[in-house]
Design a binder for this molecule. Sequence first.
Ligand code: MTE
Length: 330
Amino acid sequence: MLIKVKRGWELPESAATDERYFHQRRALAKTLAAGPLIAAGAGLGGGLFGAGRSARAAQDPTADLYPVPRNETYTVDRALTEESDAVSYNNFYEFGSNKEIADKAQAMEIRPWTVKIDGLVEEEKTLDIDDLIRSMPLEERVYRFRCVEAWAMTVPWSGFPFAELVKRAAPLSGAKYIRMETLADESVMPGLESSWYPWPYTEGVTIEEATNELSLLVTGLYGKPVPKQNGAPLRLILPWKYGFKSIKSIVRFTFTDERPVSFWEELQRSEYGFWANVNPQVDHPRWSQASERLLSSGERVPTQLFNGYGEYVADMYKGLEEKYGDRLYR
Ligand code: MTE
């Protein structure tokens, strides 16, 4: 994974979104989503911010669902990242290997969109994304999110527990892992021309990880449908693991008895493994993981074991350290 020293987003701490302001924006978003006003507003050509973004949210057929109720169980001790940073500083290699892919990502068609469920399941199925989203218990959670490149953000994701999808899939008893796959559409994804990458982007988790209460299949961000550059219409968030595990724009879930080899693992196994749990004491071979830089404020803070979510996830890895050692954290 490339690391690019980019200082443009290093705004002063005071620029971090104030909670009150954020709630006002949520109320405004709800009012807008309820009426036809923005549907008639500026088109996509309006750019990422302002009217263009509102229009994009309104074009999503599930826009009426947002904002969804917040689950206050998962509180954080940090200021929220500015929305404008979270939607403009992205990793989505299908659209390029730099952080400024948001404009390019708008070319991705996210409707119609189907999600295939196959492998070791009672019955293989193909789900329509709108039927899926509308049938799930949507909630909002504010999570810390830590990229392996040592930047971090704190954002409100909307979505539903991965455990709900596993239930819907009805896996057979032999299924131990889930392999996930991102859309690979050469006509809109210029990154696919880089043939040394093992496209499509894939990721994998154990069924135990998928059904952990923190595992969230994300459909929204900041009280609106999740933007394309952040992985619309469906992405994963595993807040205790490095961000590359949080696969975007998912089209397929395959239940399997074999541990999947993910995109990054296939590319560079010594740097990006299957487990990738956040640990300040296990450095990336090329840089320290002891601290992280917060998007928006630019502040550097200590990295936390399991990104601070140990109470929810540490038990899953008990006894595995002997077998995997540092590989659990890389
Ligand atoms: N998913 C796909 N399909 N392609 C990618 O390049 N990048 C990963 C992850 N999911 C990536 C992906 C990495 S390295 C990170 S840090 C996060 O997405 C970034 O998510 P964000 O852009 O929403 O912050």
